[in-house]
Design a protein around this ligand. Sequence first.
Ligand code: TYD
Ligand code: MG
Length: 467
Amino acid sequence: MARPTTIHVCSACGHQEVRWQGRCPGCGEWNTLVEERAPAAAGGAGGRARGGAGARAAARAVRPQRLRDVETPRLSRLSTGIGEFDRVLGGGLVPGSLVLLGGSPGIGKSTLTGMAMGNLAGAGHRTLYVSGEESAAQVKLRAARLPGAALDVPVLAETDLETVVATILAERPEVCVIDSVQTLYAAELTGAPGSVGQVREVAGRIARVAKETGTAVLLVGHVTKEGALAGPRVLEHLVDAVLQFEGERERTYRTLRALKNRFGSTNEAGVFEMRSGGLVEVLDASGRFVGEATRAPGSVVLASMEGSRPLLVEVQALVSPSEIVPPRRMVNGIDRNRVALVLAVLARHAGVPTGSSDVFVNVVGGVRVDEPGADLAVALAVAGAVRGASLGGDAPTPLACFGELGLTGELRSVAHPERRLEEARKFGLRTVIAPEGSGDGALAVGTLRAALRAALPAGARADRAAA
Ligand code: TYD
Ligand code: MG
């Protein structure tokens, strides 16, 4: 009888089964069995080394090298021709590396990779665009809208992993896009394309080919409804960098950030705008967001940090009496739990209760702010909305702020206060409420209560509202 070519391995305890089962007989965990190629079928480097010392009796000991003596190859980077993309990558694509680019459908992953490949092809590099999602004709239609040499990129519309691997080995591209990792499938595995086993097998195979041929591979991956990269954790350790492309599909602004990067910092972020001719880098994002800031009650400018770069964004809040219990908390562009914490601190320490109101908080422009420095902006926006007062009163420019809120209502300092202040000054924002010790030019306050006193016009201050 033929040996089965795949096995199912428990990702929690390593127990193996020939058939898939909902519950691992080894450890009793549910939904942990993942299909893998059976070691014999995998052949050579493919299989994971299993079994004890007896299985590899012929192995020879290797003399470890002192780190000082290890040769480090110069990382020659390939520029994608898109400044923001290169910066997030840490200076461009590293040959032989595997980069996972995640994002929800329609965000512009194919557009970004298509543009990068076009630029690389235009610069004389060998490229290959593997599309498992769209036909060659569809890829061409998109490329026709893009600037540069996007139409010169060779395309392969294919979903069979073996064919893709064979083509990469034959074509030896310097840069290759796999769009997307969820659409390729290994014929030996019975799981559907996109299942954990398949995604892992596909990424693993591609990673080995990339190292072998020195090809830099951009793996495009979808994000599930919950916001995790599909084939979630299984891929992260396999790839050299994980980039996330975020924003709202209906909005034009998108941010690209690194969640993991072996060849650069994870602090960098790039801002793009989707236009009719592809993605355009937004280099003056702060200026645009400040220019659009409304100054209405419930609006405030947050001096935030996008990695090492300061970015001014408008944070808006709307508070209205609720008809449902519990009341609504709708949050866009900021962590929900963080907003919940800010609302609790506002109620407890600043006399601004929102317990019976719906609260909506939005970072304008579809930008996502993931840093504690945003706390104060949320608090001020909500307080302004509750009191129906424009923050900063009649001052000619919008009020800016940053700072983290502690649970006792104190304002805590955050990273890079000087850069935030500098950015605010650059765009003509005179008043910046900030934690104490933030440096010259800040309106320094120690508590949320003090911040509210500084931000709200006299008539609206009314600690009286605390009932
Ligand atoms: P796409 O890159 O296909 O998204 P993803 O690969 O992440 O699913 O494109 C996203 C959207 O962008 C699509 O709805 C069409 C739009 N778009 C433009 O607005 N301008 C353009 O130049 C291109 C190519 C696409
Ligand atoms: Mg796509």
